[in-house]
Write a protein that binds this ligand. Sequence first.
Ligand code: 9D3
Length: 261
Amino acid sequence: MRRGFDVVTIFPGMIESYLGESIVNRAIRNGLLDVAVYNPRDYTKDRHRTVDDYPYGGGSGMVMKVEPLYELLTDLRKDGRARRVILLTPQGRTFDQQMAEEFVQDDRRPVFICGRYEGIDERVRELLVDDELSIGDYVMTGGELAALVIIDSVARLIPGVLGDDASSREESFSWGILDYPHYTRPPEFLGYGVPAVLLSGNHAEIMRWRRREALRRTLERRPDLLDRARLTEEDTRFLRELCSDRTKSSGEDTDESYKGC
Ligand code: 9D3
């Protein structure tokens, strides 16, 4: 399976510098992933290579022009491949792990358009865009980091990019919950030890401890995740135990959600 992305940005160096390092770089060198970067400035026809202009109706800031993006996308489409054109914008749906998994399955090649300036001419949406995505509720200066965040999270799901060991562990063990605590040598540091169970060599006990610590942390920090996580009967029993310990209520916590616990 070879996965590819197109990224459209007036700052190609931002994308290229990240792709030149990291696990993503190794995936590219191994032929598991390819990323092509395109600059709308190269598709302008005026002497000043203009990609932005003043907003109709007035106001501060500049607006990204439609023509260079239209020319660029028209050029990309000449190879006849199916594409999914995605505008990265604070107004998009929030990207999550489920969407990352959908990207790996989808045969269409994603094209990320990275916005800059105050905004983008609305006709880009009307004419060129299939979907709009955001990476979360905070304000950045443009869409480039969002493109990299999405590419990074999709790349690690491509078979062979991480050890296959890592991906199967993820599916079977920790899907939808937080990680358990990790330790390595030395066995004692500044008086802080390592939980005895991890030194016991009892694999079944270690697995059970890790699962429980992961559930405990998730309940503590992100109870919202538990509503969607894949939990076993034993998981649910353990969580109920933790809940009743914490609420000390008279056992009337038959709530479906763990949020109130
Ligand atoms: C201060 C300007 N804002 C007025 C309400 C609008 C605005 C325009 C462009 C805010 C940020 C940006 C640049 N950000 C992105 O292009 C972007 C983004 C983000 O800022 N946060 C989370 N996800 C994304 S995806 C693209």
